[in-house]
Design a protein around this ligand. Structure first.
Ligand code: ROI
Length: 159
């Protein structure tokens, strides 16, 4: 069965826009998966003071992989693109998050879907809105339109 997953991409080190472009190519190369769409790139200040600005985007990926196999594939791409895991929330060359996996709600130690913080992050919600219909709802039932209303397009720059 094919599932449409939405992947959040983020980078704030080593030419972030280039990181995101090569990550999109890599997403399309994941086994049993096909890149079905990608938002524009957006830049915004980090939620943490003192870090470089982030570039973010969202991709739609059609896949027959199981969620944890997709997570493995995403972490392999992060590692390929030089991600070094040191401090939590630290600056990174590439961050790939499973935001949504079809209409599944997943809560295991390695993976929480819908992604915990997506509901309040403009750099996730606005790019996601480019890829879905106006009446789109998250797997937990929340309407994207309402989340957008509560999350003003402030501090985001669409490239
Ligand atoms: N801030 C922005 N703008 N974009 C991110 O992807 C992002 N990711 C993070 C923290 C440090 C919370 N801030 C961010 O992990």
């Amino acid at each position: 069965m094919t599932t449409r997953a939405f992947i959040g991409l983020g980078s704030n080190l080593d030419a972030p826009a280039e990181q995101l472009r090569s990550a999109l190519l890599a997403l399309d190369q994941i086994a049993e998966s096909r890149l079905a769409g990608a938002s524009a790139l957006y830049t915004s200040d980090s939620l943490l003071l003192g870090q470089p600005r982030y570039t973010n985007a969202v991709a739609a990926l059609d896949t027959t992989l199981a969620p944890l196999d997709l997570l493995d594939a995403l972490q392999a791409i992060e590692n390929d693109q030089g991600r070094v895991r040191n401090e939590r929330w630290g600056p990174r060359t590439l961050d790939l998050d499973i935001l949504l996996f079809g209409d599944q709600v997943i809560d295991v130690p390695r993976l929480q879907v819908p992604h915990y913080h997506m509901h309040a992050r403009p750099f996730v919600l606005y790019p996601l809105a480019e890829l879905v219909a106006g009446d789109f709802c998250l797997a937990d039932g929340r309407a994207l339109a309402q989340l957008l209303e509560a999350c003003p397009f402030v501090g985001l720059e669409r490239l």
